[in-house]
Design a protein around this ligand. Structure first.
Ligand SMILES: Nc1ncnc2c1ncn2[C@@H]1O[C@H](COP(=O)(O)OP(=O)(O)OP(=O)(O)O)[C@@H](O)[C@H]1O
Ligand SMILES: [Mg+2]
Length: 585
């Protein structure tokens, strides 16, 4: 099997790709930016207004100002509130639409990837990409934009106020600031370290949850609940420890920062108070200065962990683009032709196939005429499922070619190829939906009469009608509420409704009792008429009426012919037959 080709995801290009995503919302972003600037300047204005309030109202006792200033303050807050709402709403709009777009892209891309991709990636991890990582990227985008615009503008505005009020004091305050930044950076780094570990612990935990909940029958059968509890408790304990470490650092950073701030402010009170007492400054100037300085705290605090958020976001984006950049190795040619719906002959020409390194099929040559029923038998692991999986291109051949009506399957469109095949897979796969919807999965346009006919032919009609909700019965996750044989019959009905010229039945009746199997068999025989059919079965009684039986051992065809011919050969087939005869006695 060719490996899933992966272009290396270049992290320097990640910025550009995310920017491209953001750009799609440029108008909203632009308005949001304007709102942010408005918020920033109005925040600075509130600090600025402290001086006239104090000096004019409280010291000069100016009555006109007593009327004007409160009105101005109210206006200011109303405006600022509106601008704040605007930027918050619009930024979240941009962020949420990035989430939606990335999720949709990821999901449809993953849907497009071949089976081999799913064999290499855990379900839980893929889910985490679509649920968590996308969120982290959104956090990065909205935090970065907000911080860069709103907070940095606010900081500039407030700095302007403090310099305007008292540039000497401002210079002192500014030199003290970097001293406070050092612990911020240090704390930030530690927090990030632990938040990464928390993320990993959460992924680990969800992986375990997925596995044990889907495998709950085995957990119970082997009475492993205490063991699974223990494994789960270990993970929650680990997560608890990391969370608490992060909490410790986070909770410590606040008081430390505040202490530093307090020391700074004490000094400024001392110096500013001295200036007011000696008459070189007014209380208004001083408090306006103080207000601006205190207001600086919040935006600086928000902007300081920005680097962490960006790093985390980039890491998540790399994980996302790693998947988006994984190309399918099942590629449709540009000039692919449509495969016409009609009766098809299938030819395997010198086909060899390997999963990764292991050669599973060797030199398969097989010519199947249109309408022929071919049975594939052989010991477990011989390569039967693999062989039929090559027909709808679940995998591509490593060597040789598969031809349908003379077309290499790689030369026709994947959609038209797969529309030609109805398949019942070895493990019956149903969705957690109604029986009707599971059957119509084969053909969404089927009429009720078609559904009933397919269900009847698959021997699935009578038992579904005995359920309270009949065809509207929900089957449960992967069909857990049905018996093995019932599941198989619904899968057969689904494949039949597809009404495809090539039918692949991989152990389709293995879970049925002899009586139902015979009945389904008979129904299938009618349906196989005129269809090119591949039947895989261990029970040789199932396949004895096939037009031709192919015996596959170790990836090669060792015998082929009709039942009696093969028995007469006294080779592999008769050996299998004898063993079953012994078993069945
Ligand atoms: N996804 C996979 N990746 C790697 N190896 C695989 C994969 N699927 C199957 N194999 C290997 O390929 C070989 C053939 O498997 P295959 O499923 O085709 O056998 P089979 O004849 O259908 O067996 P059974 O009768 O048990 O269904 C086995 O040795 C198996 O281990
Ligand atoms: Mg198989």
């Amino acid at each position: 099997m060719a490996k899933n080709k992966k272009r290396r995801t270049d992290s320097s290009k990640i910025y550009r790709r995310i920017l491209a995503l953001v750009k799609l919302q440029w108008l909203r972003l632009l308005v949001a930016m304007l709102c942010m600037m408005l918020v920033a300047s109005l925040t600075a204005a509130t600090a600025y207004l402290v001086k006239p309030v104090l000096d004019e109202i409280f010291f000069n006792k100016n009555v006109r100002m007593l009327k004007l200033l409160p009105l101005a303050i109210i206006m200011l807050y109303i405006l600022r509130g509106a601008a704040y709402f605007g930027q918050a709403y619009l930024m979240n709009y941009v962020g949420q639409s990035i989430i939606k777009r990335l999720r949709d892209q990821l999901y449809s891309h993953i849907q497009m990837l071949p089976l081999s991709f799913f064999h290499k990636h855990e379900t839980g991890v893929l889910m985490a990409r679509i649920i968590n990582d996308v969120n982290i990227v959104k956090g990065m985008v909205s935090n970065a934009v907000t911080a860069l615009l709103k907070d940095s503008f606010t900081i500039i505005g407030l700095l302007f106020v403090i310099f305007y009020r008292d540039w000497k004091l401002a210079l002192i305050a500014i030199t003290v600031f970097p001293a406070a930044v050092v612990p911020i950076v240090k704390f930030g780094r530690r927090v990030r370290q632990f938040s990464t570990r928390c993320q990993e612990a959460i992924a680990d935990m969800s992986s375990l949850l997925h596995e044990t909940f889907t495998g709950t029958r085995i957990v119970k059968a082997f009475a492993m609940e205490p063991y699974e509890n223990k494994r789960f408790f270990e993970r929650t304990l680990q997560l608890f420890k990391y969370e608490m470490k992060a909490v410790k650092i986070k909770s410590m950073s606040s008081p430390v920062m505040e202490l530093l701030g307090g020391i700074g402010i004490t000094f400024i009170i001392w110096y500013g108070g001295y200036k007011v007492i000696t008459g070189t400054s007014t209380p208004g100037t001083f408090f306006s200065f103080m207000a601006a300085l205190i207001m600086l705290y919040a935006p600086v605090k928000r902007i300081s962990p920005l680097n962490n958020v960006i790093q985390e976001g980039l890491a998540a984006a790399v994980r996302i683009y790693d998947i988006l950049d994984t190309d399918s190795d099942i590629i449709e040619r540009q000039d692919a032709v449509e495969l016409e719906p009609k009766d098809h002959g299938v030819v395997f020409r010198n086909v060899s196939f390997k999963y990764d390194e292991q050669l599973v099929l060797r030199n398969i040559n097989l010519e199947v005429k249109s309408g022929e029923v071919i049975a594939l038998v052989g010991v477990s692991g011989g390569g039967k499922t693999t062989l039929v999986n090559l027909i709808p291109r679940f995998y591509d051949v490593t060597e040789g070619a598969i031809l349908i009506d003379g077309h290499d399957v790689r030369d026709v469109t994947i959609g038209s190829l797969r529309r030609q095949t109805g398949i019942v897979t070895q493990d019956p796969i149903l969705f957690n939906d109604t029986i009707r919807n599971n059957i119509t999965y084969g053909n969404l346009n089927a009429s009720e009469a078609d559904i009933i006919a397919a269900a009847r032919a698959a021997y699935a009609y009578d038992f579904t009608q005995s359920f309270h909700d009949k065809f509207d019965t929900i089957v449960g996750e992967s069909g857990v509420r049905l018996s093995g044989g019932e599941k198989q019959r619904i899968c057969i009905a689904r494949a039949l409704l597809r009404n495809a010229p090539i039918l692949i039945l991989d152990e389709a009746t293995s879970s049925l009792d002899t009586e139902s199997e015979l009945a389904v068999q008979r129904a299938l025989e009618n349906l196989m008429k005129g269809r090119t059919t591949f039947v895989i079965a261990h029970r040789l009684s199932t396949v004895r009426h096939a037009d031709r039986i192919i015996v596959i051992v170790n990836g090669t065809i060792v015998e082929e012919g009709k039942h009696e011919e093969l028995l007469a050969l006294r080779g592999e087939y008769s050996k299998l037959h004898e063993m079953q005869f012994d078993d069945n006695r």
